[in-house]
Design a protein around this ligand. Structure first.
Ligand SMILES: [Zn+2]
Length: 77
């Protein structure tokens, strides 16, 4: 199931939700009931083939985080 990323226009709250492609998009913020819009991640390869799913983005993000953590540890030593 693809994961969609939403952001609230009103309070700026961001959340991710797993939805079937056939499901209707979310329209309301769970916090303030304001209007939300879907955030499309600006990743070039994401539109190619089945890689459309947000998991690709997350993997990259995870790698980046790991790298940052390593740098942090170095700094502490
Ligand atoms: Zn909100």
């Amino acid at each position: 199931m693809p994961t969609y990323h939403y952001k609230c226009e009103k309070c700026g709250y961001e959340f991710e939700i797993e939805q079937k492609i056939s499901d209707a998009p979310r329209k309301r913020c769970p916090k303030c009931r304001g209007k939300v819009f879907r955030v499309i991640h600006p990743v070039g390869h994401i539109l190619k083939g089945s890689g459309f799913y947000a998991t690709d983005y997350r993997k990259e993000d995870y790698k980046k985080k790991k790298a940052t953590e390593k740098d942090d540890n170095k700094g502490k030593k």
